[in-house]
Structures are given as structure tokens and as C-alpha cells.
Design a protein around this ligand. Structure first.
Ligand SMILES: [Zn+2]
Length: 306
């Protein structure tokens, strides 16, 4: 018997600057979770990954659920639904966002485009329109450029971008994310927690030493603050340009048993421990399926990374 584990991941529940959700995100999410509960066996992520590596069997159609980034609505909206349905889940948290020492650049850039007072902005040799669908597309292009910078380069580039876009108001990004108190509540309510790095850097763009240091520190800080073992990391963004061979070896050296990318697919006994696969979802895009194999097939077009 071959064991397989499909890991589904989400970020926000309701709209944020970066990722607008059409309609009610929480209703969409509840529909997705109810369907998964009906079609699959939802199991605790870490225990299932341990079992896979140990060659132990999993229930048929095993599925695990997780959320990245620590958006506040994970606790306020997703957790009550998970509790109602009796489903386990894991939340991948970023100490720098929980403490407020770091800010989510993708939300700041999203706000700067959405609230720009300019029709378009010139930034680093390219023109970026700001309105309508072209504006959203331009935001995606700018994000793609920001994503593949080092943290230090990105801080400068983001400041320039915001300056060119001259948005009105403020991003209010502090309110979008959980603080430590919220993170503790997730643990108190029986949910699992993993690391999503210290500052949500794009690991592969940093030096191997910096990657190892970030991964080690984020594990230590989360363990100290939350008093739980941290054994799994979800690499930020998680695609090939964000997760290198060095990233995976740094994760192993930093003491993680499991590392999760956003490479699309399910996990089997032969999937490398530091290169797990996930299927990332939005709450407002449903899936129609009569079985999990069809679910995963149809979800191909819903891929999303952050
Ligand atoms: Zn993330």
C-alpha cells in the first residue's frame, strides 16, 4: 500500500491589499473545508509527515491543512470553522510579523498600487499602470521583482516604489497580522504551529549563512515564545527561485524535520523531507470534485504562491 499525503495551504481568509477575495472568504473557506472533510481524511500535518518518512501507513485520501503568514483572520475566521468541523490545522508563523519588527512588503506594495494617486509610475526602468486590471497585473510584475531580491535590496526598492506611486492613507498592515498573543491563542486552542522564517525573507536569495541563521532563530524564538516544539518550516513563497539546495540543507541543519515548498503535488514516502509539496488555495475559488484525485487534478489552475 502506498501512502500519500496531500497538503492544502491558504493565506488570508478575507480580502487584503495583496489578495482581494470576491464575496465572502469565510463562507468560501467553509465550503472548501466541508468538501474536504467529506471527500478526504483530514489528518494532523506533522504526524502525517512523520508517518510518511517512517514508512507507516496513512488513511486513504489523507489530507492536511495549513495557513501561511499569520494573518489575523486565520484566528478570527478560519479557527472557528475548523473547530466547528473538528479539523486539525497548522499555522506557519513569522516572528518578525508577530512582534511588529518586520512588515509584510507584499501588502505594503499592494496598498501602494491600490491607493496610488498616479495613473502610472516609473520604477527601476519600467512603467507600472495603477488602475483596474492593468494595475493589478502591474502589481504582480512589481511583486515578482521584489520577491527575488535580498531583504536589504528589497527594503530600498520598496521605499522607492511607494514613493513613485504616492499612495494615500496608510496600509494598516499591522492590523492584518496576528501578534504574539494571537499566536499563543492558536496553540491554546489546540492547533499546531510551524516556522515561516524569522522575517519572511526569500531564502534562496540570501547567503547560505544568513539562511541558516534565519531558520535557526525563527525556530528558537517560536519555541521560546509559544512553548511548543517547532519541527516544520514552510519556506516563504516556496517556488524554485525561493528554495535552493542550500535552503533545504540549511533547514535540516537548523533542526527542522520537515520543509514544505509550494511545488504542486502530493507527498509520498520517497518525497524528500525538506522538499514537501503543497497545493495553495484561495478561499473564494471553489473546487468541484467527486474524489480527491479529481480534486487535485482540477486544482492545478488554482496554484498560488506567497
Ligand atoms: Zn508567506
Amino acid at each position: 500500500m502506498t501512502s500519500r499525503l496531500t497538503v492544502f495551504g491558504w493565506h488570508n481568509v478575507e480580502s487584503t491589499w495583496c489578495f482581494p477575495v470576491s464575496g465572502s472568504g469565510v463562507a468560501g473557506l467553509e465550503g472548501q473545508l466541508r468538501r474536504l472533510r467529506r471527500l478526504a481524511n483530514v489528518v494532523p500535518l506533522e504526524r502525517a509527515l512523520d508517518a510518511l518518512r517512517a514508512g507507516e501507513p496513512l488513511p486513504p485520501r489523507a489530507v492536511a491543512l495549513c495557513w501561511d503568514d499569520g494573518y489575523r483572520d486565520n484566528l478570527e475566521l478560519a479557527v472557528p470553522v475548523l473547530e466547528r468541523l473538528g479539523l486539525p490545522a497548522t499555522f506557519f508563523l513569522v516572528p518578525g510579523l508577530l512582534s511588529g519588527d518586520d512588515r509584510a512588503w507584499w501588502e505594503i506594495a499592494g496598498w501602494a498600487f491600490a491607493r496610488s494617486t498616479r495613473e502610472s509610475a516609473d520604477w527601476r526602468g519600467e512603467r507600472y499602470p495603477t488602475r483596474g486590471a492593468a494595475g493589478r497585473q502591474a502589481y504582480g510584475r512589481a511583486s515578482d521583482r521584489l520577491r527575488v531580491m535580498t531583504a536589504a535590496e528589497r527594503a530600498v526598492a520598496l521605499e522607492e516604489l511607494v514613493d513613485r506611486l504616492t499612495p494615500e492613507g496608510s496600509p494598516g498592515d499591522g492590523r492584518l497580522f496576528l501578534d504574539w498573543e494571537g499566536a499563543r491563542e492558536l496553540v491554546e486552542r489546540g492547533f499546531s504551529v510551524g516556522s515561516h522564517t524569522m522575517r519572511h525573507v526569500t531564502l534562496a536569495q540570501e547567503t547560505p549563512e544568513d539562511q541558516a541563521e534565519d531558520l535557526r532563530r525563527s525556530r528558537e524564538v517560536l519555541e521560546r515564545e509559544l512553548q511548543v516544539p517547532i519541527r516544520t518550516v514552510a519556506y516563504p513563497f516556496g517556488q524554485a527561485d525561493a528554495v535552493s539546495r542550500e535552503t533545504e540543507s540549511a533547514a535540516a541543519r537548523a533542526g527542522y524535520a520537515h520543509g514544505l515548498t509550494t511545488e504542486f503535488g502530493w507527498n509520498g514516502a520517497a518525497t524528500p523531507g525538506t522538499h514537501g509539496r503543497r497545493i495553495m488555495l484561495d478561499p473564494d475559488r471553489g473546487f468541484v470534485a467527486t474524489g480527491l484525485s479529481r480534486v487535485t487534478g482540477r486544482l492545478d489552475r488554482l496554484r498560488r504562491t506567497r
